[in-house]
Design a binder for this molecule. Sequence first.
Ligand code: DQQ
Length: 544
Amino acid sequence: EIRAFKHRTAFHFQPDKNWMNDPNGPMYYQGYYHLFYQYNPEGAVWGNIIWGHAVSTDLVNWRHLEPALKGDQWYDIRGIWSGSATILPDGSPVVMYTGWSNASVQIQSMALPANKSDPLLRQWLKAPQNPVAEVPAGYNADQFRDPTTAWKGPDGVWRLLVGANAGESGTIGTALLYKSLDFQTWNFTQRLHSVTGTGMWECPDFYPVSLSGALLGAETSVYGPTVKHVLKISANDMKHDYYSVGTYVTGNDTFLPESVNLDAGIGLRYDYGKFYASKSFFDQFKSRRILFGWVNESNTEDANIHKGWASVMSIPRQVWLDNRTTTDLIQYPVEELTSLHGRNVSYENVTLEVGAFVKVDGISGNQLDIEVSFGMPNMSRAALQPPELLAEFGQLECAQRSSDGNTGIGPFGVYVLATDDFQELTAIYFQVLQSPGEGLKILVCSDQSRSSVAPNLDTAAFGSFVRVYDDDQFLTLRILVDHSIVETFVQGGRTVITSRVYPEHALDDAAHIFLFNNGTAPITATMTTIWNMNSIHITEFSRT
Ligand code: DQQ
């Protein structure tokens, strides 16, 4: 029925039905990108978790395959939880995952392709020596999961991390380091890193980023002076993915964050909206690092059961170090996404007077790629902002302000999925704030509070601050709109905000785009280009 399908996405990865959560084991192998994911084959709520599997040649169009891993051994009978892939030196892949055992403990196991010459890797075999890593003494086997991609240290020994909680009372989020000489058996060595008060660390990710700031990614085993390392953790208490850039000290296997204020779990987030349990991989085909994240629903469990599905995978993002800092990453949709571009409209130098709402003529709908640049507002150019602000601060500001508030420079920005009468709209906007201590700050918000007339939705306003450099000439937004997901990349990906919305009326031809300015000074939208996005091609699973 129509209700069930109007909010399904058209160019995001989703299984054809049921519940999905974390991305698992992404990799590139023999011409195919592989994506595994946490999947409930029996319904649209979390449970009965197995690894779904799909492949793509371009990270845009997908082919569903049979599930890769199901629980059928004592050590994983209750569920195949999250894990990662490693490409071994001979080019063949291995995956490491968390099994939920018959005794309800978490324990790490390995699986290998049955046939390495099948580029689709359709059949996986569990290693005979499973399980290969058990919870160390003194740690809780309920909080011991999500092995990372393995890397080789300077001594040639393999290493990987498992997320845990080291606090006996209270929490010390921690990443446990395991080592292996032969990739067969794994031994707990020490903690790579921990941060008190950050909750259980789920889905850790640990990888190098190139210091040259090039878009080029680095293979996971690279270390030394040409790279910094990123430690990402998914903070179970907060349900956000936090990252910290720092130095991997190979001599004693520790991680030193560039700034203690920006340590894992307390500093920067990949995304200031809904985005969790993400995982990256090095794409050796195009020498870049790519990140997938789980984007949960913002409606109720009942609504998920009714519509028969839950969750969307984020558009894959390329990720690299912002070479003007040693602390911040940039994330941007993979270049392949533009292959979905259809018809576009483009407008130059649209002046937005105080109180203006300008409808963008000639285009509408629920599948859009929007790029808008605004001329720098008339203010003393914002200096490089120290990034030590707590993530939550921006979100608070967005929640307390609104796109209607009239407080100086901004709010100005874009309404998407907006009806002509503004009964429904999702506002993405900038606001320039003066902070006594820190000077000008550029806030960016994605506000769902008016996104739908339907009840029982999480209509929070998400947001954060964005870095603006002295020589920036524009404030820019790239907004991907796909029915029930809106992903916003600010200033070329220095800040990212993902949200879920469920319009009842802003559908198809009734879903419009407006540029608006609710501030007290005029703003110019120097360039606005909007494309209709074509739907991706999904090949459903069939045995042949
Ligand atoms: N989801 C998985 C766990 C992981 C959590 C279970 C994060 O392995 O810690 O579905 O969303």
